[in-house]
Design a protein around this ligand. Structure first.
Ligand SMILES: [Zn+2]
Length: 302
C-alpha cells in the first residue's frame, strides 16, 4: 500500500512480542495530513505518526512502516504459517442432543475388538452447563487458532444442538484415518463427585495389537505435549484419577482404539468441581483451555 503524506519521514520497524507464527495481518491505513494510523487484525497494532512523534503500540505480529519524503509506505508482513500443510482432527465430545435420542446413542458400535454404545450423554456442571457445549466451545476456539496458524482443521461434528445426536465413537475414532491427519484431539470434561476432585487428565491409547500398537508411542508423546501445554496455561493435573500425573492410558475407548493417527482424549477438568466449573463457564477460562491445547498441538507438530 502506498500512501501520499506530506512532511513525514519515519522508519518504524515493529518486531513484536508474539511468536512469529501469528495469524496473517490485515492492515488498514487511514491518513490525514500529519497523521498515519495503522491497524492490524486479529492482533492489536496501532501506529501513529506525526512529523515529530511516532507512537507504536502492538502485540503479536510484525508491522513495518516506512516513509520517504512525501510518500509513506505501509506494509504488513504476513506472519509465517507454521502449521501450513498440517491436518488436525478435533473431536468435540458428545452432542448436545444425545439424551434426546436414547435408541440411537445406545446402539452398539465397533470400538476396537469389542462393541460399545454409539455415544453417551456426557456430564455437566452442577449449574447445568453441559459437557457437550463446553467441548464444542473450546474446540471451536482451538480450531480458529489452528487455522490461523495455517492448519487444515476437521471437526467430527458441526453443530451443538438438542435436535442432533452423534456421531458414534467408531466414526469419531476413524475420523483422522482416511485423510491421514497429523493428529486427532478429542475434547471432553469429566464429572466426578469425589470430594475435592479436580484437574485435567489426558488419555492415550494402550499398546494393543492390532488396534493401537502402531500409534501408542506417538500418542503418548502427544499426551505429554498436551499435558505440558495445559500446565503452561496454569492448569493442574487431576488429583483424583490417572495416578496424579495427568496422564492416563486406556484400551476401552473406541474414539482412541480405531484411530490410525496419533490421538489423545483430553479431559480438561472436573465439571462437578465448583472451582473448575467457574473457569469452564467463563469465556476467559475457555480461551485459556484452548491456548493450552493449541500449545500442546504445536509442540507435538514441532
Ligand atoms: Zn465426555
Amino acid at each position: 500500500m502506498i500512501l501520499r503524506l506530506a512532511a513525514v519521514v519515519l522508519l518504524v520497524l515493529v518486531g513484536l512480542t508474539a511468536p512469529a507464527s501469528a495469524a496473517p495481518v490485515l492492515v488498514e491505513v487511514r491518513a490525514q495530513p500529519s497523521v498515519v494510523e495503522v491497524r492490524a487484525q486479529p492482533s492489536v497494532v496501532e501506529v501513529r505518526a506525526q512529523p515529530s512523534v511516532v507512537e507504536v503500540r502492538a502485540q503479536s505480529s510484525v508491522v513495518e512502516v516506512r516513509a520517504q519524503s512525501s510518500v509513506v509506505e505501509v506494509r504488513a508482513q504476513r506472519a509465517s504459517k507454521p502449521l501450513g500443510g498440517r491436518t488436525i482432527v478435533l473431536d468435540p465430545g458428545h452432542q448436545l442432543g444425545n439424551h434426546n435420542f436414547p435408541a440411537q446413542i445406545n446402539r452398539p458400535v465397533p470400538a476396537g475388538g469389542f462393541t460399545k454404545p454409539c455415544n453417551t450423554t456426557g456430564t455437566a456442571t452442577d449449574g447445568g452447563y453441559p459437557e457437550a457445549t463446553f467441548a464444542w466451545q473450546v474446540s471451536r476456539l482451538v480450531a480458529r487458532r489452528l487455522r490461523a496458524l495455517g492448519a487444515t482443521v476437521v471437526l467430527t461434528r458441526h453443530s451443538n444442538r438438542q435436535d442432533r445426536w452423534g456421531p458414534c465413537v467408531d466414526v469419531r475414532g476413524r475420523a483422522g484415518n482416511a485423510i491421514d491427519a497429523d493428529l486427532k484431539l478429542s475434547v471432553h470434561a469429566d464429572g466426578s463427585y469425589a470430594a475435592g476432585a479436580r484437574g485435567f487428565h489426558v488419555i492415550a491409547p494402550a499398546d494393543r495389537a492390532p488396534w493401537t500398537d502402531d500409534i501408542f508411542r506417538s500418542s503418548s508423546r502427544l499426551a505429554r505435549d498436551v499435558k505440558a501445554g495445559l500446565v503452561s496455561r496454569g492448569f493442574s493435573p487431576a488429583n483424583y484419577i490417572a495416578g496424579g500425573d495427568g496422564l492416563d492410558v486406556r484400551s476401552d475407548l473406541g474414539t482412541l482404539n480405531l484411530s490410525d493417527v496419533p490421538t489423545v482424549m483430553a479431559e480438561l477438568g472436573n465439571m462437578r468441581s465448583a472451582a473448575e466449573a467457574r473457569v469452564m463457564t467463563s469465556a476467559a477460562g475457555r480461551a485459556r483451555y484452548a491456548r493450552g491445547l493449541v500449545a500442546g498441538v504445536r509442540a507435538f507438530l514441532g
